[in-house]
Design a protein around this ligand. Structure first.
Ligand code: DGJ
Length: 745
């Protein structure tokens, strides 16, 4: 790993054993992008990659010269209107109304390690040797605004992070109206764009289309990353598969409004940009102030999409997630939401918890409805003290009783919100995000607190910190159930209203940071009506997230499969709920639900008293199974084997770090009659080792070489492939098998 700098050519080459990223200063002082991809040699001169050709009907930078047009050059952080007409990386409106900027190279610094981003989530290193960083300083001499582009290359991952910082050292007030975290010009457009989109309860479904001339984009303008589009895009070669071929990944470490866009120009150059969505954004860049963009994590794989995902998994699990719980085995929880909704009291909760304990559950989570007057969606949010009718002993008393049962206690909160029917609102009606003299829309009868104001965040902190100090809370589920409308803050002048969306999310981050600093042993799980804010920004504060409100195991196949393209299993809350399922009214077996939920952070979302004696035995077995293997699920290497987006059968597997153990999950959605023979081609094993293959029960299927299981496959045909004979168990719809692999000495 290193940064090769050729001063004579003003060339910068970041490299590690896997990738290279090269750019240089162009003839007009701006930065030109030369290469990003698989490792190439450090060379003094890559000037041949600069396309200086005459093209009719273009604008040119230098007088009497027809070769240098920014429209035809691949750039590093382009501006608009100085011969480039494509989407720029940034825009600054100056006091005279001009939007033209010209940032030229001034200097660089490079150093071992990686600097944190103040107030923002970001990947990090533990030892300086893990990464090299480069900061390029550019200046617009007319306005005296400086621009710092920061790059970090990790030693062990084919990954580069980028961000940009603007600093006004001049004397005029400027408005920054666009500030991307990354812009990357790629030399061709032979890519398929892959996004992970959906809606509430069908988050992160994989969607793909070929790039073509023009602009294609996804994003959010709702104040949260959202259910609709995840802030992650892959550009893959058409021939790239899960295991072979080139693919680039762009992942945004941010939880608010975002845009991810590809513009393919007339000459098939692809400009990819990612950052805070410019709609509703502006930032007053007053003299002596600065603006820092969040971070984009750019990854490369020539080993297909699985290769790319595995790099993200490792980095995000170990160098984005933080704290006490980062590497710890996560507790098996039972959450009361689908068991009771708002209908509970202390006695009912204790009964549920007691049964959970008897089955082997480790953490009982009390969801919505425990505070103030909260007995429905219409009241109580903002008043973070226990409802005395329901919980006469408060959270303090309840949490102690839960601990006495031998369980840890967890609590649901939704700290960013307020109901109008609450003491907080009656006292501070001006603390909402709302536009003066305009109607304020509600979502779920609630309103968004103005977290751009420090005093609002402070008041919420004080309320929740009191409970956490007094009670035995080991886990917090931090929910967020509506998006921002009528965005405006009474605390800021007109010239700063474009800052509110971003300032809001900075306020959320500041509260998270304060809570995790003061209560470092609490395990945080983020949530936003399920997976509506499942993004890398949240992962920095909460190492796990509630993947979706949809707990149906069939639906979860797609949701968990899609989520796995960038997020590790250790981040995906996956719970078994009651059947028929509350979202889709589907009946599936407890085994099928368990086999899906194993591949995530496992838990239950039901009252175990509703299960039969036989099912309770099964629950105990599931819990024992998870306790035995959870470190492999959470830390192993995950492989997607067969996609539920294209097949009736879904398969995936996880392999322990030492490759001695592996667990395979195979799921058939609908039963088939007289089906073709089936085998699943495994991955990640040691080809020359022998593996004992067992069913979930431990019953042996046989012993095979790793190479056999990978090349010939694990035979998974069952009675669906022919008529069942004798007492063979007949498969049916929603059928699954989990296989255990153990390397033999
Ligand atoms: C939405 C969450 O996703 C659910 O799990 C639950 O916590 C409800 N909110 C409670 O209101």
């Amino acid at each position: 790993m290193g940064i090769y700098i050729e001063e004579s050519k003003q060339l910068f080459h970041l490299y590690n054993e896997q990738i290279s990223y090269i750019f240089k200063v162009l003839a007009n002082g701006q930065l030109g992008q030369l290469y990003f991809g698989k490792r190439v040699p450090e060379k003094v001169d890559y000037d041949y990659l600069i396309e200086n050709y005459y093209r009719p009907s273009s604008a040119y930078v230098f007088e009497k010269e027809y070769n240098f047009s920014l429209e035809h050059l691949r750039q590093e952080y382009p501006s608009y209107g100085t011969s480039d007409f494509r989407a720029p990386a940034f825009e600054i409106i100056q006091e005279n109304g001009s939007r033209i900027s010209h940032f030229t190279y001034e200097s660089y610094i490079s150093y071992r390690g990686k600097q944190p981003l103040t107030g923002l989530p970001a990947t990090y290193v533990e030892e300086e040797e893990e990464a090299d960083s480069l900061e390029i300083r550019l200046i617009d001499t007319l306005t005296n605004i400086s621009l710092t582009l920061s790059y970090t290359i990790f030693r062990d991952y084919p990954i580069i992070t980028r961000n940009a910082r603007f600093e006004n050292k001049g004397n005029q007030n400027c408005q920054l109206t666009k500030a991307m975290s990354l812009s990357l010009d790629l030399p061709d457009a032979n890519y398929e764009w892959v996004q992970f989109s959906g809606a509430w309860s069908r988050e992160r479904h994989m969607k793909m289309h070929k790039l073509s001339q023009g602009i294609q984009a996804i994003g959010s303008t709702r104040g949260a990353s959202g259910h609709m589009h995840n802030p992650f895009v892959m550009l893959k070669r058409p021939e790239t598969t899960e295991f072979l071929g080139e693919v680039l990944g762009f992942s945004f470490v941010y939880s608010g409004n975002f845009i991810a866009q590809a513009e393919v120009d007339t000459y098939d150059v692809t400009r990819f940009t990612m950052g805070i969505h410019p709609q509703n954004f502006s930032w007053l860049l007053a003299p002596n102030t600065q603006f820092q963009t969040p971070e984009v994590v750019l990854a490369y794989s020539d080993q297909g999409m699985n290769g790319l995902s595995q790099s993200y998994h490792q980095l995000y699990r170990q160098r984005l997630a933080r704290g006490y719980w980062r590497d710890k085995e996560r507790p098996i929880l039972l959450n009361n939401w689908e068991a009771t909704y708002f209908d509970f009291d202390e006695a009912r909760l204790l009964k549920i918890a007691k049964n959970a304990k008897a089955a082997g559950v480790e953490l009982f989570v009390l969801d919505d409805g425990w505070f103030s007057t909260r007995c429905s969606e219409t009241s109580g949010l903002g008043d973070w003290w226990a409802n005395e009718q329901r919980l006469p002993n408060g959270i303090q008393g309840l949490s102690q009783k839960i601990e006495n049962l031998g369980l840890k206690f967890g609590l649901w909160v939704e700290l960013e919100m307020v109901n109008k029917d609450s003491e907080l609102y009656r006292k501070h009606p001006d603390w909402l995000i709302q536009t003066p003299n305009r109607h304020a829309s509600h979502g779920r009868n609630q309103y968004v607190l103005d977290f751009s104001r420090a005093e609002v965040v402070e008041a919420i902190y004080q309320m929740i910190a009191k409970i956490l100090q007094e009670s035995k809370v080991s886990y917090i589920k931090w929910d967020m159930n509506r998006n921002i409308t009528e965005c405006f803050s009474e605390a800021y002048p007109a010239s700063q209203q474009g800052e509110i969306f971003h300032r809001y999310i900075l306020g959320v981050y500041s509260l998270y940071e304060r809570l995790i600093q003061h209560f470092p042993k609490i395990l945080f799980e983020s949530c936003a009506s399920g997976g509506g804010r499942f993004d890398p920004g949240m992962l920095y504060y909460a190492p796990q997230a509630w993947t979706s409100d949809n707990t149906d195991a069939v639906e979860r196949l797609k949701i968990q499969y899609g989520t796995s393209y960038v997020y590790p299993l250790s981040s995906m809350g996956a719970h078994i709920s009651i059947t028929p399922n509350h979202q889709v009214n589907r009946k599936t077996s407890l085994k099928f639900r368990g086999d899906v939920a194993f591949f995530g952070v496992f838990g239950y979302e039901l009252d175990l008293a509703c299960l039969s004696a036989e099912e309770l035995v099964q629950v105990k077995e599931q819990i024992q199974f998870v306790k035995k293997y959870r470190s492999i699920f959470q830390k192993g290497t995950f492989y997607r084997l067969q996609s539920p987006f294209t097949h009736n059968t879904c398969a995936w597997m996880v392999v322990s770090e030492d490759k001695k153990q592996a667990i395979v999950g195979e799921y058939r959605v609908l039963n088939e009659v007289n089906a073709p023979y089936k085998r699943v081609y495994l991955q990640g094993l040691q080809p020359q080792w022998h593996y004992q293959v067992m069913e979930e029960s431990g019953k042996s299927i046989g012993s095979f070489y790793g190479s056999e299981l990978q090349q010939i496959g694990l035979i998974t045909s069952d009675a669906a492939s022919g008529q069942a004979m004798g007492n063979q168990v007949l498969p049916t719809d929603f059928w699954s098998n989990v296989y255990l692999l153990q390397a033999e000495e």
